[in-house]
Design a protein around this ligand. Structure first.
Ligand code: PHE
Length: 342
């Protein structure tokens, strides 16, 4: 049965390429594809095949049918084009149809720009899982179960049959600090881009999925001055060689001291404008010195090595850079928005 189907398919293909006129094409269709055609006739035979063979025969028959139908349509299009040319309908002076060019998504552009800057000063790039263990996302980052800082991260929990409630969609890229230190001896210099997820109300500045780029440097004798120098170099490469950088106290459980980092506004130079909300400064990331508890948790000795870490949001950088007012535009898939970056 299957062999007859395949033989029929070969025969039909041969005949199709021999057809030269519309009449011949129509005769071919009646002979092979029509309700009274050979394929249909052959398929009636499926009923007498052994029941266990029927699924396979049915599948092959469907494939043959689909192949013949699309060959028929392709041939039909050939004929139509030939006819147009013969009628002189084909205007050789018409401009060709340009293929549409895709564009790099604005987030990815900014991610690449940021990574390039850090790679140029000795950081390597790594990645980690988006589905993460509670341990990595919180515990090992000095955020125990009853810690109020968990409220800052509204979490999408994932229940698995064996581990109810202990997996989640990572709420930040910081778990990669732990993952990388666990498998690497110091010194470490690494940046980690990736998607993160937060269960929160969506508005012009909040999405449930967005990107972060984590940075981590650990070595003997690393100090806050290294953090400041590195981030100043980054800010100047990214936003202009005149940039100044401002640290102010902040709190993240996995760093001590913790800071928030701002640059002087690249639009107004610090005088105050709409972009910096008249303050002269634009906040671009959280950072700090890696907490001794985090170093200890991965088996590093905080009396021997120290490090800094930072985390920033590329959408925020893209919003500043391209003047995008609403974060919802990034993942709304409106092509009119995306094409502007072609
Ligand atoms: N993980 C923090 C956040 O998502 C950012 C951060 C990273 C802060 C590294 C300090 C050091 O808000």
């Amino acid at each position: 049965m299957i062999e007859s189907l395949q033989a029929l398919q070969r025969e039909a293909h041969d005949e199709l390429s021999n057809s030269r006129t519309n009449d011949e094409l129509e005769a071919w269709r009646l002979r092979f594809l029509a309700r009274s055609g050979q394929l249909t006739r052959l398929l009636r035979g499926v009923g007498v095949a052994a029941p266990e063979d029927r699924p396979l025969i049915g599948r092959v028959a469907n494939e043959v049918k689909a192949a013949l139908e699309s060959a028929y349509e392709a041939r039909q299009r050939d004929f139509e084009q030939d006819a147009e040319r013969a009628n002189g309908d084909f205007d050789v002076t018409l401009p060709g149809r340009l293929p549409r060019r895709g564009a790099i998504h604005p987030t990815i552009r900014v991610v690449r720009d940021i990574l390039t800057v850090f790679q140029s000063i000795g950081f390597r790039v790594a990645e980690g899982p988006e589905v993460e263990w509670e341990r990595y996302n919180f515990e090992l980052l000095n955020i125990p179960r009853d810690h109020p800082a968990r409220d800052m991260h509204d979490t999408y929990w994932i229940d698995t049959p064996t581990n109810p409630g202990s997996m989640l969609l990572r709420t930040h890229t910081s778990p990669n600090q732990v993952r990388i230190m666990e498998r690497t001896a110091p010194p470490v210099r690494v940046v980690v881009p990736g998607r993160v997820y937060r269960y929160e109300a969506i508005d012009a500045t909040h999405e449930t999925m967005f990107f972060q780029i984590e940075g981590l440097a650990v070595d003997r004798g690393i100090t806050m001055a290294d953090l400041k120098g590195t981030l100043t170099a980054f800010a100047r490469a990214m936003f202009g060689s005149e940039r100044r950088i401002l640290f102010y106290c902040s709190y993240f459980p996995f760093v001590e001291p913790g800071v928030e980092v701002a640059i002087d506004c690249f639009a107004c130079g610090g005088a105050g404008c709409r972009i910096c909300k008249q303050s002269g400064w634009i906040e671009i990331m959280g950072a700090g010195m890696v907490h001794p508890n985090v170093l200890r948790a991965v088996g590093y000795d905080p009396d021997v090595v120290s490090g800094f870490a930072f985390g920033m949001g590329p959408e925020r950088v893209a919003m500043l850079k391209y003047g995008i007012q609403d974060i919802r535009l990034f993942y709304g898939n409106d092509l009119r928005f995306l094409r502007q970056f072609a």
